[in-house]
Design a protein around this ligand. Structure first.
Ligand code: PRP
Ligand code: ZN
Length: 285
């Protein structure tokens, strides 16, 4: 049987989470450390480990059928591949930063300045759209050093926690794009490959849904039962069972991580008691 070949980042901001996601999707890799490829057990999948910058091209060429890559690299490389899923991790933004002490009043201040970056395509496009002429200076790494060593007045780079900027005496002045890990796919997959991709995506979505949701159990006073059910609608509707004690019901439902704390507060106001919140292992969506 044919194997699906997936490219993931060898080492860097996406690699650990990507491996973890595959693992939670039930894909066990016979991972010798520092290997460049590994074969999955129990799923017809082969993993190749690449530099993130190379992944879009490998996927476009069909060397890998799909890949997990930062949206930043996807946008920068402009390869003809299809974005098939957003994964929600390794979130960061791509921003312009200038030395902290510099007065910055807006994009006009960048006119005719030198900007160092590893993302010239995204930057040039943005500058052109905003009518700014600047000298884009391409560096493959340590971009944040450029102002202090005098080779640029500004930089354009990934910002996540912001600590790299701070430790290099820079301040973020323009955010150009948001980025997260995404799955990209080759555009010419055959039927069998497509169905393997669909199987894998189904597993990945179940893992993501589970991590974004919690199972909640609580005891509800019957007089507020209707309102409580409105607060936690669940996947279809919550399970409601009478308690042995008069006037109370047990309610089971699924709660989204996003609204979690506001919902808990509302439930307490409505007199819910004995609230238990349990992680969900997998959620079949
Ligand atoms: C990026 C970027 C910054 C840092 C920002 O590098 O170039 O150096 O992350 O993150 P922070 O805001 O949390 O400090 P990355 O680790 O992706 O390595 P690379 O530049 O070599 O790809
Ligand atoms: Zn990189």
């Amino acid at each position: 049987m044919e194997k699906l070949r997936i490219a993931i980042q060898k080492s860097g901001r996406l690699s650990e989470k990507s491996l973890e996601l595959l693992k939670e999707a039930g894909i066990t890799l016979n991972n010798g450390s520092r290997k460049l490829r590994s074969v999955a057990r129990f799923f017809p999948l082969e993993v190749i480990y690449l530099r993130d910058d190379d992944i879009p091209q490998y996927v476009e060429d069909g060397v890998a059928h799909i890949g997990i890559v930062g949206e930043n690299e996807f946008a920068e490389k402009g390869c003809d591949v299809e974005l098939i899923e957003r994964l929600g991790y390794s979130r960061c933004r791509l921003s312009i930063a200038v030395p902290k002490a510099e007065v910055y009043n807006g994009l006009e201040d960048l006119q005719n300045k030198r900007i160092a970056t590893s993302y010239p395509v995204i930057l040039e496009k943005y500058l052109a759209e905003h009518g700014i002429r600047a000298d884009v200076h391409v560096l493959s790494g340590s971009v944040e050093l450029a102002p202090s060593i005098g080779i640029a007045e500004a930089i354009f780079d990934i910002v996540s926690s912001g600590s790299t900027l701070i430790s290099n005496g820079l301040k973020e002045v323009e955010t150009i794009m948001q980025s997260e890990a995404v799955v990209i796919a080759n555009r010419n997959l055959d039927g069998e490959q497509k169905s393997l991709v669909a199987d894998l995506l189904f597993r990945i979505r179940s893992v993501m849904a589970a991590s974004n949701n919690k199972y909640i159990l609580l005891n509800a006073p019957n007089e507020n039962l209707e309102q409580i059910i409105k607060v936690i609608p669940g996947m279809k509707s919550p399970t409601v069972m009478p308690l042995a004690g008069e006037g109370w019901s047990s309610v089971h439902s699924v709660l989204s991580e996003k609204t979690f704390w506001s919902v808990i507060d509302r439930l307490k106001e409505l007199g819910a008691q004995g609230i238990l919140v349990i992680p969900i292992e997998k959620m079949i969506v």
